[in-house]
Design a protein. Structure first.
Length: 263
């Protein structure tokens, strides 16, 4: 638990600074990606929606606009951006959206409170993903859904090459997970994989000696997995798959058999 809290505090310190930085916000902003996520949710009826690791409200604000009869809750460990988000809610007169902080470990809601949970670019920061997915299952009503959007480690990356780069910036990064690892994790906690759309992500690392050190000891073969390139001492990851996946909470019938839930 102590180690988990240390990771949360590391992430909190980093994101309180970064999320209020317009340059960083523009790097993680991607309107095409947002469109993919919103399309994955089309056709659903959601009364209560939870956005875990909401950040600047990248998903929460569009969800509040799209699902005006739903109640949306965005939670994050970064107090600074949560305060800013709530100011925006007040300024715009948005009535179905609330932001609040949490400790990064336990979700501050009662069981069966939501029929949809979303999380974008946050899963790799979760200190205990098994516990997080378990909590999601408890928070969801029967047939509730999770939309998970997160970069995925290449199946061939058995040494966690990409994670070496990510940990340099000390923002609480734990690790990226492969597609198979994510599928198994959700399956083990009572979910069915319903739909997935893969998108591609490209991002730069700041010109720091630490990144160059990692780059120089990365083999050419390993660099090719993610198209990692050095351009004037800026290290670029030019290809990493992002899994945008809908998982549905299984319903157990009276005879103990799993079945899909249909409203």
């Amino acid at each position: 638990m102590v180690k988990e809290l240390e990771k949360v505090e590391q992430a909190k310190k980093s994101f309180n600074h970064m999320l209020d930085n317009k340059k960083y916000a523009n790097i993680i902003r991607d309107d095409k990606h947002l469109s993919v996520l919103m399309q994955l949710l089309e056709g659903g009826e959601y009364s209560n929606i939870l956005d875990i690791g909401t950040g600047t409200g990248y998903l929460a604000f569009p969800l509040a606009e799209q699902y005006i009869t739903s109640r949306i809750y965005g939670i994050d460990i970064a107090e600074t951006i949560i305060d800013h988000n709530n100011e925006t809610v007040k300024e715009k007169g948005i009535t179905n959206l609330t932001f609040q902080t949490f400790d990064g470990l336990k979700y501050p809601f009662s069981e069966k409170s939501f029929d949809l949970i979303v999380t974008r670019y946050a899963f790799h920061h979760f200190p205990d993903v098994a516990d997080a997915v378990s909590q999601m299952g408890k928070l969801l009503v029967k047939g509730g859904k999770v939309l998970l959007s997160d970069p995925m480690r290449n199946e061939s990356d058995t040494k966690g090459i990409i994670d070496e780069y990510m940990r340099v910036k000390k923002d609480g990064h734990i690790q990226f997970y492969s597609a198979d690892e994510i599928d198994k994790l959700f399956s083990d906690h009572g979910f069915i994989k319903k739909e997935q759309v893969l998108t591609d992500m490209t991002f730069p690392f700041a010109p720091m000696p630490e990144y160059l050190e990692v780059y120089n000891r990365t083999s050419e073969e390993d660099r090719l997995m993610y198209n990692i390139e050095n351009e004037n001492d800026i290290i670029w990851v030019k290809h990493i798959n992002v899994g945008n996946t809908i998982f549905e909470k299984k319903v157990i019938s009276r005879n103990g058999a799993d079945k899909d839930y249909r409203k």
